[in-house]
Design a binder for this molecule. Sequence first.
Ligand SMILES: [Zn+2]
Length: 98
Amino acid sequence: MTLNVSVDVNGAVIGSVEITNQTGGTTADSVNTYAWTYLGEGDRKLNGLIDHRYGDGALVLAANVVERIARRYQLVAHLDHTSGDVPSCPMCAEVAHV
Ligand SMILES: [Zn+2]
């Protein structure tokens, strides 16, 4: 099974994710490993693996993968501004609350 997620802004695709089941379980409680690949603007490419319970459905899988991608982009932006807290950065805000 391959799930495709496309992000389109005003008709232009700015990112797409392909998520493929590596283990193939199809009962509700099967926890499968999925490989995902993200292609973004400017030839940006990310990939990874995620475990997902089959019975939770495709939208939950898509949401969890997209969240991981978003977190990686936040982390990259956070690591780019090492000189103190940036109020608009969600990762700086998280650290401040720990
Ligand atoms: Zn930051």
